[in-house]
Design a protein around this ligand. Sequence first.
Ligand code: URA
Length: 196
Amino acid sequence: MPEATLETIRQFVGSCTRCGLHATRTHAVPGEGCPTAKLMCIGEGPGYHEDQQGRPFVGASGQLLDKILAVAGFSRQTNVFIANIVKCRPPGNRDPLPKERQACLPLLLKQIEIINPAIIVLLGATALKGIIDPSARITQLRGQWLEWNGRLVMPTFHPSALLRNPELKRPVWEDFKHVIDKYREIVNPSHHSDYH
Ligand code: URA
């Protein structure tokens, strides 16, 4: 079998039937961004708009994520790759089931291996549980650097939680300040952010 690339994964995902979510999707959402990004953000799974467009984080929480990233000096076009724990929309935006996450995870792990980010931001509980440990709690671990497979991982709240509860914006900014600092330290000392 030829070695996987982001493109072969994208193609595979487009016709993937590894779990039941394929039956109800409009489009699979493989993820998008800079293929050599040193920063990767991982969310939960596509919602309505993502399913319609086949692109991650394009609805309301995606617009907020893009805003946060932009102020921190990151964009999909230049230096970040954005993906999700599952690549197809769970009906009604329910949480992805364990068997759906398990079916999809190898594809995300392959993407991470190919992109080779130094820093991964986990957006919300599903991403934290899916990557680190099913029993991990976002309220306990957000804002703390974790090490995972030789990469630095920063769990923070999901942008949709910020839309529901604007009080969470401050802690998320604190977490992104750590990300900016670490990015300057290990990736690009002259990284520009309007914020910090
Ligand atoms: N929420 C997610 O977790 N991922 C998306 O792509 C969109 C919304």
